[in-house]
Design a protein around this ligand. Structure first.
Ligand SMILES: [Fe+2]
Length: 727
């Protein structure tokens, strides 16, 4: 009763404060600064300690943050307009709770060598025409320089042998991870020399910034102080005549675009998808006939499919094992390896439901043409497989010097699609426990396009939502606790539990539910100091339903979803109602929810991280003894349109339902959609000693490329524009 009264008072106050200011939902700053957070409400617990990080993309060198503007400064159409927000430079906010009297905040762009190349060739510079990077759907590419490594997805603590302080990693699905300094957030060293990684572009494409496909969530073992990751190429059957396309994009772009646009005009609304597929396939197959100019050599060597497991111990070269399954077959990755898993004795690899892989390069080769974008999306978008193929590597079988190793395919896949998951470190009797977040009927590589219509009423999507993940719920998400017999390679379905709940959707307070689960946290998640033997309590965020994120396109893609729990009629009804965001605590032992907090309208929690108390509280279970810190986008009014403030909310992990106990902010912090979070006990300087110098790394890359007459030009470009930024 009292709670409701307070809540209504708060809501009215918000609405009074809102005045008429409106700002874009995606408004995001990329300004680097240092400052102190202010407390907006509540009291900061004195035993909240350590340094907390959150990563997210913040647009391009041209965009000045987010959203991508519709027009360039000269008034012309901006081809970056409507790009997915995932395509953006990485940005890290760090909050140091150890500083008093108020927590310090620091923000930093992840400035990789390719970032400086992007700056040097951006719109308005002399090299832009020839070498500039362009947003091509989910990746940012230059046909001369290659792909951007945006390091925008996650930070992850690591502490290698003989290190006292350790470091953070910054990660991305298509690029080498980098070690960053926890004190300054500056890049320290890439992991592995460029020449140690295999690239996924065709071998004859001489890009200094090769496309390196890896996992945005590599795994670090605090006991053995080893970091494992992967380097892979996707199953090549999923490419659309990649070699020829790259060739003509580079050499005959204008003609290629005009021919493809003619084809799109003819086909984009054609009723017969098979006919469209045939015609487009034929076009790409015979690109040399369609596009005049310098012809592509069809005998160019083609790249091979590969999947390597990589190990790094903080110094020296990477150790690499080429993986095959137990029958000697090469592993073909159809989707991506966004997440990996680790236990005491095993490493888990999965084909995750997130199409962040190289075929996405061509989901938008001519970003300025909406017609081509519509045609390609119609053909290139595939439903996520409604299951997760899972492989187990036995760590004891990894030969210390590298070589080959077996990734054992389980007898059956996990029968739901998965983006993120975590494993108990303990694996008693060879039984692995994998806790999977199953974003049913969702692909976060889909984004809301400028031409999208809402499934609900066929109206155009509100432009505020352009670029966002098109994750309008097409069913409830689920959380699975899967048991895997790693020695007998069996998924033990009868010993596994799946939780999913639509909540009390007819009431104002939904209660625990699983509508559009985004991120989650638990005690010591990602700790570089101690492994989590058993995950006991899990807090996860739910994003409810959003009218403008359920596009007709996504609706059609997943209306026949095979694991459907909620009818499409009810989905539409509840999407119209717009279910709110929430945070639920799940008891992992019972797989039942135990606590819930519902966020107000226009209040969007974007992440959740558990931070344990500095000193244990007597009689409190360790897994509950801490705080949850959430980056939250807070609408200044409960009704839209509105302006937003970017805040950090602190919850007492033992009592989330009473709401945040402290809210913090800084006027210069402005975020909309954030990605992963991490935490370290102290933001001390990195004691990483093994460092790969950028100049020797890229000199070696340039030396080994088939560059011909471009060599001298590129060497000079790197000398002038890239190397001076690094010691
Ligand atoms: Fe992720």
């Amino acid at each position: 009763m009292v709670f409701n009264l307070l809540k209504n008072l708060f809501r009215k106050k918000r609405d009074r404060q809102a005045n008429d200011i409106k700002e874009p939902l995606l408004k995001t700053s990329r300004e680097e600064f240092e400052g102190s957070l202010s407390i907006i409400s509540g009291t900061l617990p004195t035993d909240l300690h350590g340094a907390f990080q959150v990563s997210f993309p913040v647009g391009s060198v041209n965009s000045g943050g987010l959203p991508f503007p519709e027009k360039k400064s000269n008034g012309h159409h901006n081809p970056e307009y409507g790009s997915p927000i995932m395509n953006g430079d990485g940005f890290v906010i760090q909050i140091d709770f150890n500083s008093s009297p108020s927590p310090k905040v620091k923000t930093k762009l992840m400035k990789t060598p390719c970032y400086y190349a992007d700056e040097a060739t951006k719109a308005g510079t002399k090299h832009h025409e020839l070498m500039g990077f362009h947003n091509m759907g989910i990746t940012r590419m230059s046909m001369v320089l290659g792909g951007r490594n945006q390091l925008n997805t996650a930070t992850q603590p690591v502490k290698f042998k003989n290190q006292k302080n350790g470091s953070l990693l910054a990660t991305y699905d298509v690029g080498r991870p980098y070690v960053i300094d926890p004190k300054t957030l500056e890049l320290v060293t890439p992991i592995g020399r460029a020449s140690e990684w295999m690239t996924a572009q065709p071998p004859m494409v001489p890009w200094p910034f090769g496309l390196i496909q890896t996992s945005a969530h590599p795994v670090f073992d605090p006991n053995t102080q080893e970091l494992f990751t992967v380097n892979y190429s996707k199953n090549k059957a999923s490419y659309t005549h990649l070699e020829q396309s790259i060739h003509h994009l580079k050499h005959n772009r204008a003609l290629f675009k005009s021919k493809l646009e003619d084809l799109a005009t003819e086909l984009v609304d054609h009723h017969d998808t098979e006919h469209v597929k045939r015609k487009v396939n034929d076009f790409f197959h015979r690109l040399n006939d369609h596009v005049d100019g310098k012809q592509h050599d069809p005998d160019e060597p083609k790249g091979d499919v590969f999947l390597n497991l990589l190990l790094w111990k903080g110094e020296g070269p990477l150790t690499s094992w080429t993986l095959s399954d137990q029958h000697g077959s090469k592993l073909a990755i159809y989707e991506c390896m966004h997440q990996m898993g680790m236990t005491q004795d095993y490493i888990l690899l999965t084909d995750c439901s997130f199409k962040f892989a190289l075929d996405m390069l061509f989901d938008n080769p001519f970003p300025e043409s909406k017609l081509i974008e519509r045609l390609i999306r119609r053909l290139a978008t595939v439903r996520m497989e409604p299951f997760t193929t899972t492989y187990v590597i036995r760590r004891r079988e990894l030969h210390p010097g590298g070589g080959t190793a077996i990734a054992y395919r389980l007898d059956k896949p996990i029968p739901l699609e998965t983006i993120h998951y975590s494993c108990n470190y303990s694996n008693p009797n060879g039984i692995i426990t994998l806790l999977g977040i199953h974003n049913a009927a969702t692909c976060i590589a889909e984004w809301v396009r400028t031409f999208d219509k809402r499934a609900l009423d066929g109206k155009p999507v509100d432009p505020d939502y352009y670029s966002l993940f098109a994750v309008g719920s097409m069913d409830i998400s689920r959380i699975g606790k899967w048991k895997i017999d790693a020695e007998n390679l069996r998924l033990l379905e009868d010993k596994s539990t799946v939780y999913g709940d639509a909540g009390k959707y007819n009431q104002e307070n939904l209660g625990p539910n699983t509508w559009a689960i985004s991120l989650y946290g638990y005690r010591d998640i990602l700790s570089a100091d101690k492994p989590v033997n058993e995950i006991k309590q899990l807090w996860y965020l739910t994003d409810g339903t959003t009218k403008n994120l359920l596009t007709q396109f996504v609706y059609n893609l997943y209306k026949n979803y095979p694991h459907r729990k909620i009818s499409t009629d009810l989905i539409k009804k509840l999407t119209k109602k717009e279910l709110p965001f929430g945070m639920t605590r799940l008891n992992v032992d019972t797989m039942q929810p135990e606590e819930y907090f519902q966020f107000d309208r226009n209040v969007f929690p974007r992440g959740v991280h558990f931070i344990s108390k500095k000193n244990p509280t007597p009689n409190v279970l360790p897994e509950l003894d801490g705080y949850l810190v959430c980056p939250v986008q807070v609408g200044k009014s409960t009704t839209t349109p509105t302006a937003y403030s970017s805040e950090f909310w602190v919850f007492d992990a033992q009592n989330i339902s009473k709401g945040p106990i402290c809210r913090l902010s800084h006027p210069k912090i402005k975020f909309a959609f954030t990605l992963h979070t991490s935490w370290i006990p102290e933001a001390n300087p990195s004691d990483q000693e093994f460092i790969i110098p950028v100049k020797s790394d890229y000199d070696e890359v340039l030396k080994n490329l088939e560059l011909g007459i471009d060599r001298k030009f590129l060497e000079e470009f790197f000398e002038k524009n890239v190397y001076p930024h690094f010691n």
